[in-house]
Design a protein around this ligand. Structure first.
Ligand code: FEO
Length: 401
């Protein structure tokens, strides 16, 4: 049975959610599921905007058939060829042999790479700023390379002022009946997942997201229809501002995140003492994570949120404790910038993790390393207890400054 949502007189959400998927992209846990959004416009010509992941093609085809009510499908606009949105293209061509596929040259080249059908026979190639008229609607295309792949574009419906934004403004999380962001408590229930989605999926490409935001600023957008998560029709500025902040690598909160990489618990104990010292100094909303048990995607998202990071790591085989090493490389890979970082190292006979963490941080942009790495020898002693107190004071001063 179909599960279609009418969004406008002639526009329908025909996507679907997956609540069984453990790892999105076989990498990121999605405990709240994920939606694959696709939209169908019933104009003089019928237009489908993007498709879905192969996991949900059954319901997707039921949705399309129901919404089309026997009409043929004339156009498929492909904004993004990643298989979570493009898996159904070949099956669509089989069902609707006269379907035209509208995408840019890079998108069509990727479609040829992924699929075996004759894409050239049905391709309509569009370039930056070009339009497709389908009757009442006029769709204008804007290239959005690396948001999130090189071929990515967005489509603006100039008639109803809807931005079909591809992955941009997407979020992890299944659609649970309420399709609009203003029908859910987005700041409380969705924002952490939206941030985790942004930081991990497109966080590396802040410059390209900024370019897209500049293009979008010139458009009279009334709704944003992303490929994942709720549709925005109110308070668009609130979410756009989040995107502006994340993509310019500015922290959302002046807050401290402590991450400890601890083998037997002594390094974590030092991190916890520091957290209490920070609280004593008046710092609020401190978060402390164990790098071995927290999922890396959550830690990356928290690093995008917080202004100050404390990395406390054991030394392991004369290197950084592996999960901490991985986390730091993840932060670097996602281009994290503009943060203040303090370090705690531990080593029973040759502590070197502090120096090594500093070397990775030195290769990142605009990272201020707070002076005075606290160097533990196995466990916190009187001297290091004092050093932690001093570090808490410096952190608190930096936060307040
Ligand atoms: Fe949701 Fe980049 O695909």
């Amino acid at each position: 049975m179909h599960c279609v949502k009418k969004l406008m007189d002639d526009m329908y959400w025909v996507g679907a959610s997956d609540r069984r998927l453990a790892l999105f992209e076989n990498l990121y846990p999605v405990p709240l599921g994920i939606s694959y959004n696709a939209y169908l416009v019933l104009d003089e010509k019928t237009v489908l905007i993007d498709t879905v992941d192969k996991a949900v093609t059954g319901i997707f085809f039921e949705n399309i058939r129901h919404a089309l009510s026997g009409r043929p499908l004339d156009y498929l606009i492909v904004n993004h060829v990643e298989p979570d949105h493009a898996a159904a293209i070949e099956d669509l061509i089989r069902c609707y042999p006269n379907l035209k596929i509208v995408s840019n040259a890079k998108g069509l080249a990727m479609i040829r790479q992924f699929f075996d059908f004759d894409a050239d026979a049905c391709a309509v190639t569009v370039k930056e700023g070009e339009t497709l008229s389908t009757g009442r609607h006029s769709f204008r295309f804007f290239m959005a390379p690396m948001v999130h792949w090189p071929e990515t574009m967005v489509t603006f419906d100039e008639t109803d002022h809807i931005l079909y934004s591809g992955d941009a403004f997407g979020t992890f999380g299944a659609i649970n009946g309420n399709l609009y962001a203003d029908e859910v408590d987005f700041p409380q229930q969705w924002l952490p997942e939206a941030r985790r989605y942004y930081a991990n999926i497109v966080g590396k490409y802040g410059t390209q997201v900024q370019s897209l935001l500049k293009k979008a600023a010139d458009l009279p957008i009334e709704q944003i229809c992303s490929l994942h998560g709720p549709v925005w029709r109110k308070d668009l500025g609130w979410f756009i501002e989040k995107y502006n902040r994340w993509s310019s690598y500015q922290p959302e909160d002046r807050a401290v995140m402590i991450v400890s990489g601890s083998i037997y618990g002594h390094t974590e104990h030092a991190a916890e003492i520091l957290a209490f010292d920070l609280a004593e100094a008046g710092v609020k909303n401190i978060v402390l994570h164990d790098v071995s048990s927290a999922d890396a995607s959550h830690l990356v998202a928290e690093a995008f949120r917080c202004s100050h990071l404390v990395l406390a790591s054991s030394t392991h085989n004369a290197e950084i404790f592996p999960p901490m090493h991985h986390f730091l490389l993840d932060l670097k890979a996602h281009n994290l910038q503009n943060r203040t970082v303090a370090l705690i190292e531990n080593g029973t006979w040759a502590a070197s993790s502090g120096k090594l963490m500093g070397q990775i941080l030195a290769g990142m942009k605009n990272i201020e390393l707070l002076e005075g790495t606290v160097s533990l020898r196995s466990a916190v002693d009187g001297e290091r207890r004092q050093a932690l107190k001093e570090l808490a004071k410096r952190l608190a001063a930096s936060l307040n400054g």
